[in-house]
Design a protein around this ligand. Structure first.
Ligand code: HEC
Length: 133
């Protein structure tokens, strides 16, 4: 191969490496944004549902306990099934209403669990979720 062709090949290779690096950086940023569960519209909707149902009245402003125990702590220590049952069936004699007949809560129970699981593992901060940044 003549020298000129080699240099062109090397230039092309360098350009390719730079392009790959730039793509990797961009993919990394996307992954971080995808991991930002707090910006997930379903999580935002679950958070609004919790506000509307006023779980905070008994469980505290950030759901970390007040007159009633911490929902974040419960999500950290219990299975998903236990969590869903605790909310849908409640425990009326002990002051926890059943939400099975509340479609706002019942229809979003998976996202409500994802919200508290995220709070429990630290991937979702307390306070209002960011709106799609
Ligand atoms: C009227 C007060 C009140 C409201 C409103 C309320 N809770 Fe509760 N909740 C309680 C009490 C009291 C308990 C503890 C029951 C027990 O001792 O078994 C409880 C227990 C729970 C538990 C199980 C925690 C544990 O440690 O046993 C979860 C999960 C939970 N509530 C979620 C919610 C969610 C989500 C909402 C809103 C949709 C909500 N609660 C609204 C009073 C309330």
């Amino acid at each position: 191969m003549p020298r000129w062709g080699q240099r062109r090949a090397r230039t092309a290779l360098i350009a390719l490496v730079c392009l790959a690096a730039a793509t990797a950086v961009r993919a990394g940023t996307d992954a971080v944004e995808a991991g930002n569960a707090a910006a997930d519209p379903a999580i935002v909707s679950a958070w609004r549902t919790l506000r509307a149902a006023d779980c905070a009245r008994c469980h505290g402003k950030d759901y970390e306990g007040l007159a009633a125990p911490s929902i974040v702590g419960f999500a950290r220590s219990q299975s998903r099934e236990m969590f869903v049952t605790a909310i849908l069936d409640g425990n009326p004699p002990r002051g926890m209403p059943a939400y099975r007949d509340n479609p706002h809560v019942a229809d979003r129970i998976d996202d409500i669990y994802r919200y508290f699981a995220g709070r429990a593992n630290g991937s979702i901060p307390d306070g209002p979720p960011s709106r799609g940044k």
